[in-house]
Design a protein. Structure first.
Lengths: 181, 497
């Protein structure tokens, strides 16, 4: 099953023609498990949620796992509009270094929801849009494919999808896929 | 050469600006104080600039390591140890084991510690106290080191937060990293001395340690060592009373790297709470600092690391023996009419300005974001109070006298007045010097000698408020909330953004 899923994941990847890919679904329907099975092979897997590292480490053999440090979340909540660029540049710089070190070109980030800055009292959607605009612009200049796993939220718009080259909608059961170019 | 330079420059200045008699030694030491002041200030600037670029990583590579957490204790309150052990167990998250390295001699304490086994911690005891803290860790390594990749050391009162290891382990993916250090925490700020010790730590932890790129050293607690690296240098150095720094020097000398993570990863820690405890701590640290010199000159350190370490040695030298000279000089001049420097007073002022400015710039730079006027006064005061014990350590080091390893007492005790008496005496002498100096200048015309008296009155006066505040601080107790308020406002991980 796992091998089949991986092959199917490879097939899906071959259909993707862009660098920025959004994978969207619901966690309670096994989103993380599906992402691991379909896209977890031979990637740099970045987690924003602590506590999943061990599960991932046991499931992924050819991938390297990274966790976004608490420092990022401090900055994310204490930044202002001017410093969004700084935040993006720093994360991209570190990503480039780690990709070079690990010699891996495909990056999976779980969950994309936790990346944009959260500034109380500001226009959250506008801030998020600016963040994704800057980040995807920078990532497009790099070698590799960046897959952002985004958990669907009923109460807020999926802004990342405006900037993604491809969107994969993970439905359950997982054989139902939709790839939007 | 870097080490010798301040001594040579001071000798040169003494030759030209000293009255050539037995008191030349004094003028040499006065000049040495100035030159070393400038040297340590320049090193501080280097570290400050480097600290401005300090940027903790946002991505941490996940890796699994087997870790032994060790809590070395000597007759410490089992309740304090229990809470630290529980914090360590929670932080480990199944990555290894917690060991209490119990060197206690009190049967009552040993029984209390035995009860902690029910928590799931292991107790390691030995027959002797050879090598004190370093010795017990080395004995532990010999017995169990092979079973673990890393060894994390925590003092009995330094408690790691739950995500402690999540935040530090990824640094070990670089095979050259021998150890990772996190800042120690002083959270129980209930006394004036405790608060002073806290403020004293701030520039060190926020600027100096952040800025020591190739030479961040182990602080003895909150350190995670790679077991293999420690084995490479034969374990912790038992020959130095501050084994943590000595071992760091050896590791850096062998080409290993260290990482300092300036994050509040320790949630509880007790400062020295009274003067006796503070002096005990400073006595140990300074003696260890002095003992380090031969190792610094012997080890194959890079130039930047060497300068950082030698500046630390000079810091102790300046805060101990040279402070004695700085206090003595105006007293001898004003009270006893003993003159030993024949420098023009204006020139003297110009020469002293860099030293004085260095203190001022440290204040201006650090005060804005770090501690403000109150913190600065506490810092300078508590530092000044340590000069007798640092000088005693220097003499002990020169005479090669052994001083036993003493754990910093954790509980505040009533301070006997005789411990404060030397400071009060000094205060009286300084005030008398200033009063006599004031009489002098009232009867003098403006001349080079008049300027010399003014300079000496200035220095005698400079120390008076600090010593006065120091004596007040020693007897000052605070409500617990006062300490909490200080902690709320000071921890600022992103000082330079």
């Amino acid at each position: 099953m796992t091998e089949l899923n991986r092959d199917f994941g490879k097939f899906i990847k071959s259909c993707i023609d862009g660098k920025i890919v959004e994978i969207t679904g619901e966690r309670r329907r096994g989103l993380l498990k599906d992402v691991i099975e379909y896209f977890g092979d031979n990637v740099l897997f970045i987690l924003t949620l602590r506590g999943y590292e061990r599960i991932l480490n046991n499931s992924l053999r050819n991938s390297i796992i990274y966790v976004i440090s608490e420092r990022y979340f401090d900055l994310r909540q204490n930044t202002d509009a001017k410093n969004v660029v700084k935040l993006v540049k720093q994360i991209v710089n570190e990503l480039v270094m780690e990709m070079k070190d690990a010699k891996l070109h495909n990056v999976v980030i779980y969950r994309a929801n936790d990346l944009p800055p959260v500034i109380p009292g500001s226009d959250y959607n506008r801030m998020e849009e600016e963040f994704w605009r800057l980040l995807t612009m920078d990532l497009r200049t790099l070698e590799g494919m960046f897959m952002f796993v985004y958990e669907k939220m009923d109460y807020k718009p999926d802004i990342l999808s405006y900037f993604a080259d491809n969107v994969i909608i993970m439905t359950h059961p997982p054989q139902v896929w939709s790839v939007l170019g | 050469m870097v080490f010798v330079a301040p001594f040579l420059i001071s000798a040169f200045l003494t030759y030209f600006f000293s009255i050539h008699n037995i008191l030349s030694v004094l003028s040499y030491l006065v000049f040495l104080g100035m030159v070393i002041g400038v040297f340590t200030f320049l090193v501080f600037l280097k570290q400050y600039i480097s600290a401005m670029r300090y940027q903790p990583a946002l991505l941490s590579r996940y890796a699994e390591y087997k870790i032994a957490v060790v809590i070395p204790i000597y007759n410490e309150d089992p309740e304090i140890v229990r809470d630290t052990a529980i914090s360590a167990l929670l932080a480990l998250k199944g990555r290894g084991d917690v060991f209490i390295l119990d060197d206690s001699t009190s049967e009552y304490i040993r029984k209390g510690i035995d009860k902690l086994e029910t928590l799931g911690v292991k107790i390691f005891r030995r027959e002797t106290r050879r090598g004190y803290k370093a010795g017990t860790i080395n004995d532990f390594l010999r017995a169990y080191g092979g079973n673990y990749d890393l060894i994390a050391i925590f003092d009995a009162d330094q408690r790691p937060i739950n995500s402690f290891f999540d935040e530090v382990l990824h640094h070990f993916s670089d095979e050259k990293v021998a150890f990772v250090q996190v800042p120690q925490a002083y959270t129980e700020l209930e006394t004036g001395v405790g608060i002073g010790a806290y403020w004293q730590q701030q520039p060190f932890l926020r600027f100096i340690m952040r800025g020591r790129k190739d030479s961040a050293f182990s602080l003895g607690s909150g350190t995670i060592f790679r077991v293999k690296a420690l084995e490479d240098v034969g374990g912790l150095d038992e020959g130095n009373i501050t084994e943590d720094v000595a071992t760091s020097v050896e590791l850096h000398g062998r080409g290993f790297k260290s990482v300092y993570i300036d994050k509040p990863l320790v949630w509880y820690g007790e400062p020295p709470k009274d003067l006796r405890a503070y002096l005990t701590q400073q006595s140990r640290w300074s003696l260890g600092g002095f003992q380090l010199l031969p190792k610094l000159l012997k080890e194959n350190l890079g130039i930047s690391a060497f300068i950082d370490y030698i500046a630390a040695w000079m810091y102790w030298f300046k805060e101990g023996p040279l402070t004695v000279v700085e206090l003595l000089a105006p007293i001898l001049f004003l009270l006893f009419d003993i003159y030993f420097i024949k420098i023009d007073a204006i020139l003297y002022l110009m020469a002293y300005t860099p030293f004085f400015l260095s203190t001022l710039i440290v204040f201006i730079v650090a005060a804005r974001k770090l501690y403000g006027f109150r913190g600065f006064i506490f810092h300078q005061t508590i530092e000044l109070l340590a000069f007798p014990t640092i000088t005693a350590s220097f003499i002990a080091w020169i005479l090669r006298r052994k001083r036993p390893f003493a754990v910093t007492p954790k509980k505040a005790e009533k301070i006997p007045f005789k411990l404060v008496l030397p400071y009060v005496t000094l205060l009286v002498i300084l005030i008398a010097s200033v009063v006599k100096g004031a009489f002098y200048i009232s009867g003098l015309n403006m001349s080079p000698f008049w300027f010399a008296v003014i300079v000496n009155i200035f220095w005698a006066t400079y120390f008076i408020p600090f010593i006065t505040f120091g004596v007040y601080t020693v007897f000052r107790y605070y409500e617990k909330e006062a300490g909490v308020k200080i902690l709320e406002r000071v921890y600022e991980p992103n000082l330079f953004s």
